[in-house]
Design a protein around this ligand. Structure first.
Ligand code: SF4
Ligand code: SF4
Length: 367
């Protein structure tokens, strides 16, 4: 597989656009383009956050991809995303506004069709179907443009994980409730990725997120744009750039074991990998996971004692209710403008931490 890497020092159109053009050339994307093509760009707009906060795909990366598409004669370009909260016009208009997508209206259309369709999966999958947002289902060509981040539950968020945002709104927490352990949740993500099957995946790693991602971490710039058709192998490659062990990221390990990711077949195009890359801080949930160091016989007890739970910093909580809205186990209530968590029933998915706009939720161990 061809993996492109181009160094881009800053979020400036004059720096990003040449990197996009060279990536498209290296991957021979031009030959797939024609004027009648219906192209859908799937960014990461997990929540309404300003572009400089490293949480969402930067609008200038999307603008440069749309500019390249238009220069190939493609007219039908739509940006479609289902963020972490509700999936309706009011909610998404705010997300588009805050994330800087409104500025792209001359380059593409912002999706305003909030329906979804049931798509049957391939034979042999454990999920027989997925409910997927309509623009993705009806696209001729999907460009997945994710942000490189650490992730409290999965450890890493790149091309595969970004496709979870094709599931409409609050159906996502329900899926966390259905696949509560990381092995089955990751298998579901891989089945979803194969069902959506984007033709091209671009990773915005000009600035990336470390620590308590995907929303509560901090900036760790890599100053690069990555692109590949094979997003499974690309995730393996990107995790290595973060100095994470890809085989410790369950979805990437499963992708390698199932033959979807082929790390031995990477051919790098573009710039060389800088030799001064530094390790990404991992999320507290992963930092506090000692289960790999415990003898198998003690593992069931240890897992219970070492289970992670969300912990509220009441001083930071503003009682907005976003955590309660996204909690699949429905164990969060808002009383006197503060969130209250019941420990019983918590599945440690950290959707609450992910959706908290105030970084008011941290991780604590049962023991
Ligand atoms: S914990 Fe965060 S998301 Fe939950 S109510 Fe408080 S501020 Fe809002
Ligand atoms: S309280 Fe938080 S971690 Fe626990 S189930 Fe609800 S969303 Fe998941």
């Amino acid at each position: 597989m061809i993996q492109t890497l181009y160094l881009v020092p800053e979020y400036k159109e004059e720096q990003i656009y040449p990197a996009i053009c060279k990536s498209m050339d290296a991957l021979s994307i031009k030959k797939d383009m024609h004027p009648d093509l219906k192209v859908v760009i799937k960014p990461n707009l997990i929540m309404a956050k300003k572009p400089d906060l490293t949480t969402t795909t930067h609008p200038l990366v999307i603008k440069c991809v749309a500019r390249w598409l238009r220069e190939q004669g493609v007219k039908n370009i739509t940006l479609a995303e289902s963020s972490g909260g509700l999936y309706n016009a009011d909610y998404m208009k705010n997300v588009y506004q805050v994330c800087g997508m409104i500025d792209l209206c001359e380059d593409l259309s912002l999706n305003m069709d909030f329906s979804a369709q049931t798509v049957n999966t391939r034979e042999g999958f454990s999920n027989h179907s997925f409910h997927i947002i309509t623009p993705i289902v009806e696209a001729d060509y999907i460009i997945n443009i994710c942000k490189l981040k650490t992730h409290a539950m999965t450890g890493y968020s790149g091309g595969i994980k970004n496709l979870f945002g094709t599931i409409p709104g609050l159906e996502k927490p329900q899926m966390h409730y259905r696949w509560t352990d990381i092995e089955s949740f990751s298998r579901m993500l891989l089945e979803l990725a194969q069902t959506v099957n984007p033709q091209l995946t671009i990773i915005d790693a000009i600035d990336a997120m470390e620590g308590n991602g995907p929303t509560g971490g901090t900036s760790h710039p890599l100053h690069m744009i990555l692109a590949a058709k094979d997003f499974y192998t690309q995730d393996y490659f990107a995790a290595k750039l973060m100095k994470l062990d890809p085989m410790n990221i369950v979805m990437i390990r499963q992708a390698v074991e199932s033959g979807l990711a082929k790390p031995d077949e990477i051919t790098l195009a573009g710039d060389e990998i800088p030799d001064n890359l530094t390790p990404f801080q991992v999320p507290d949930t992963i930092k506090l996971d000692f289960s790999g160091k415990i003898p198998a016989i003690l593992l069931p007890i240890a897992k219970r004692l070492l289970k992670s739970y969300p912990q509220l910093n009441a001083d930071l909580c503003v009682g907005c209710g976003k955590c309660a809205e996204s909690c699949p186990a429905k164990i969060i209530t808002i009383k006197k403008r503060k969130a209250h968590f019941k420990k019983k029933g918590c599945i440690s998915c950290f959707c609450c931490q992910e959706m908290c706009p105030m970084k008011a939720i941290s991780v604590k161990k049962a023991l």
